[in-house]
Write a protein that binds this ligand. Structure first.
Ligand SMILES: [Zn+2]
Length: 220
């Protein structure tokens, strides 16, 4: 497949080179890990002028805020799988795309999330990874949202990988992606996939990681 890059004149050339290399590497790495990228082409658009929103993903197309240190290419390209190929309700279940894209981005950068759980910042005592955007829209608002959905969520996935073992985690995510390819997944679908791969009940793991699927998770 082709990765085509476009950039504005004011984009740092070193940043362009880094973003292009990371994009090509990420498509290969995630294709191997989650299932082959299906679209034949991925277009990346680079600019230092996206600072106002950062970066943004669309199927087959990502906008990447790019400076001389590169871009968030791995994260945005991971979204090709998590929200794109395996769709989800981004309002009800934001963790199904953001936690998964952050986890994939960590894998690409060789980060295992060891010890990350103890460093998670919980902005509210009752916050759960599976909370909807409705929860985060209520006062005091979205402060701490990225800490819970992106960081705690990806950390829970790293811990799940430690719980299951890497080969089982890899097999589980490939199967989960294949089962929902071009479809829409839910909390319950993912928990079922993990339970099936583990071959045992994971209730205690989900509870310890503030993952509340089903009626409890969609309550708010
Ligand atoms: Zn994201």
């Amino acid at each position: 497949m082709r990765v085509r890059a476009f950039w504005t004149e004011d984009t740092d050339p070193d940043g362009v080179a880094l973003a292009r290399a990371e994009s090509a590497g990420a498509v290969d790495a995630f294709g191997e890990r989650f299932g082959r990228y299906p679209y034949g082409e991925l277009d990346i658009v680079l600019s230092p002028d996206f600072a106002v929103f950062g970066s943004m993903e669309y199927p087959g197309f990502v906008l990447l805020w790019t400076d001389r240190d590169g871009s968030g290419a791995a994260h945005e390209i991971a979204h090709q799988w998590w929200y794109g190929i395996v769709g989800d309700d981004e309002y009800a279940d934001p963790w199904l795309d953001e936690a998964f894209a952050t986890y994939a981005q960590d894998l690409f950068h060789g980060e295992s999330g060891q010890g990350c759980w103890s460093q998670v910042y919980w902005p509210r005592p009752d916050a759960a990874i599976t909370d909807s955007m409705g929860y985060w829209a209520e006062p005091p608002g979205p402060a701490g949202w990225t800490s819970v959905v992106y960081r705690a969520g990806s950390c829970a996935l790293h811990d799940l990988e430690r719980e299951l073992g890497t080969p089982v985690m890899e097999r589980m995510l490939r199967t989960y992606a294949a089962d929902h390819w071009y479809g829409v997944s839910t909390d319950a679908d993912f928990l079922r996939a993990a339970r099936t791969a583990a071959g045992r009940d994971l209730t205690a793991f989900w509870a310890a990681h503030r993952i509340e699927a089903g009626p409890a998770g969609s309550r708010r």
